[in-house]
Design a protein around this ligand. Structure first.
Ligand code: R5P
Length: 349
């Protein structure tokens, strides 16, 4: 007979525990609200010598635990590498505190662009991050729009790669940006599959911009395939880093006769002068999600941030109750921007 402490039930029937590092606490709060749980107490700060300091403030023994941390800069000023270290130390602390299963929820999986050697003597950084997560004790990864889907293969544990596409497409449809009014544009050859998926969901045609990178973080448009003349173009990308790819693509598309250019991306990194680059560009609106925090949104009317909290809440709910996650992306659209079954709160024991 299984003996459980009073108030405790078997793993699959119990509320999950959700903890957050410092990189995206607002998203963690939004997800927790939708799951009707609270963000677990945890001290995630640093020692005077700047080493990361973590202390979990709640009992996690035998629990299903989710740790949310995007691999990006934190609103408190900490850098990308601090985000990685916080995540690893939180997982380690949870494992040593006897959590039953630890899932790393990484809305934006950083270091993903370095997913292969492009020349000799380079690291494969995306694989290093995967190794660290696995060795530290993560037993499942939940992420969104990995830069390259094959990064899933860097892990030998389950990876749920969620999609922002339904949320972004719902918004575009609400704005009337669909059907033959628009042409969906991929800003490079690598993004064609993603753009095709958007074009299908929006019932629109497709065009492709070809770009080259003479050096890291610099892009140049070399060609455009497909007709953009007289249409509103919607450029679809997975991430915005320096903004150069989108700004240059928008300029080239406009020069080919597009009437207006909108851009959508899952992850808004906005490195360096990206916000200014995009503000000064030919782009009407820059749409992106809150996988990465964006501060001072009110000061930048061209920038529209959409919440993907519901998608993550649904996925966590389904993982906790052993239901399909892929079903989330197979159904009809709902008013809250998520496809599939409407969000249900996780059963609270
Ligand atoms: C490239 O493969 C990616 O999909 C993005 O197009 C790229 O990372 C965007 O970078 P940036 O904003 O610096 O041009």
């Amino acid at each position: 007979m299984l003996l459980l402490a009073p108030g405790r039930t078997a793993l699959s029937q119990r509320s999950p525990l959700l903890f957050s590092g410092n990189s995206n606490p607002q998203l963690a709060e939004e997800i927790a609200k939708r799951l009707r749980v609270h963000v677990g107490k945890a001290l995630v700060s640093e020692f005077r010598n700047e080493e990361t300091r973590v202390e979990i403030g709640e009992n996690v023994r035998g629990s299903e635990v989710f740790v949310l941390q995007s691999i990006c800069k934190s609103p408190n000023g900490k850098g990308v590498n601090d985000a990685v270290m916080e995540l690893l130390l939180m997982i380690d602390a949870l494992r040593r505190a006897s959590a039953a299963r630890i899932t790393a929820v990484i809305p934006y999986y950083g270091y993903a662009k370095q997913d292969k050697k492009t020349k000799g003597r380079e690291p494969i950084s995306a694989k290093v991050i995967a190794n660290l997560l696995k060795v530290t004790g993560a037993r499942r990864i939940v992420t969104m729009d990995l830069h390259a889907a094959q990064i899933q293969g860097f892990f030998d544990i389950p990876v749920d790669n969620l999609f922002a596409e339904p949320v972004l497409c719902n918004h575009l449809k609400r704005e009337g940006l669909c059907d033959d009014k628009i042409v969906v544009v991929s800003p490079d050859a690598g993004g064609v599959h993603r753009a095709e998926q958007f074009a299908k969901r929006l019932n629109s045609s497709l065009a492709i911009v070809f770009k080259r990178r003479p050096e890291p973080d610099i892009s140049e448009v070399t060609d455009i395939v497909g007709d953009v003349t007289g249409r509103v173009a919607v450029i679809v990308d997975d991430m915005i880093s320096t903004g150069g790819t989108l700004a240059k693509a928008a300029e080239a598309i406009k020069a080919r006769g597009a009437t207006k250019v909108y851009t959508v991306a899952s992850h808004g990194i906005f490195a360096g002068e990206a916000v200014k680059v995009l503000e000064d560009s030919a782009i009407e609106k820059v749409l992106f999600t809150n996988t990465i925090p964006f501060e001072n949104g009110a000061k930048h009317p061209k920038f529209v941030q959409l919440s993907i909290a519901q998608t993550f809440a649904d996925a966590i709910n389904r993982i906790t109750t052993n239901r399909s996650v892929s079903e989330l992306f197979a159904g009809e659209e709902t008013p809250n921007g998520v496809v599939g079954a409407p969000a249900e709160p996780v059963a609270v024991s």
